[in-house]
Design a protein around this ligand. Structure first.
Ligand SMILES: [Cu+2]
Length: 138
């Protein structure tokens, strides 16, 4: 009799333990998923107010720059990558600290380090509707 009771208790213990572990694991999964979603929505925002430092990437896709407005710290470098099948340019309109990538074919990149504070507008010299802005802060 005692043995049977022990076996039943042990079985119950294992089953309950298993359920608790399972619930904990599925909760962790949900948390991880939420965190991932938060991150991806942050980087998808076009006109983000966050200040980026160091190496920053902007892709060119579907006749648009992936970030229409970007704020970076002085000394940071932006690299544009043309992921479109069309050729594009990254051409500044500002008189100071001007830049021009020249023709960027598909897959080509252009980098520029911003060492002056200010607002730098640029566009694609092939498609004037493609416009974006870099804001450099101290
Ligand atoms: Cu273009």
């Amino acid at each position: 009799m005692k043995k049977t009771l022990l076996i039943i208790l042990a079985t119950l213990f294992i089953v309950v333990g298993g359920i608790i572990v399972f619930i904990k694991m599925s909760r962790n999964d949900t948390n991880t998923m939420n965190r991932t979603n938060d991150n991806s929505s942050k980087s998808d925002i076009n006109a983000s107010s966050e200040i980026l430092v160091g190496s920053v990437s902007i892709s060119i896709r579907n006749f648009a720059y992936s970030r229409e407005k970007i704020t970076i710290k002085k000394g940071s470098t932006i690299t544009w990558a043309n992921e479109d099948s069309m050729a594009h340019t990254v051409t500044s309109t500002s008189s100071s600290d001007s830049f021009d990538s020249g023709t960027l074919e598909k897959g080509q990149t252009f980098s520029k380090t911003f060492n002056s504070v200010g607002t730098f507008d640029y566009f694609c010299s092939f498609h004037s509707s493609m416009k974006a802005e870099v804001v450099v802060v101290e």
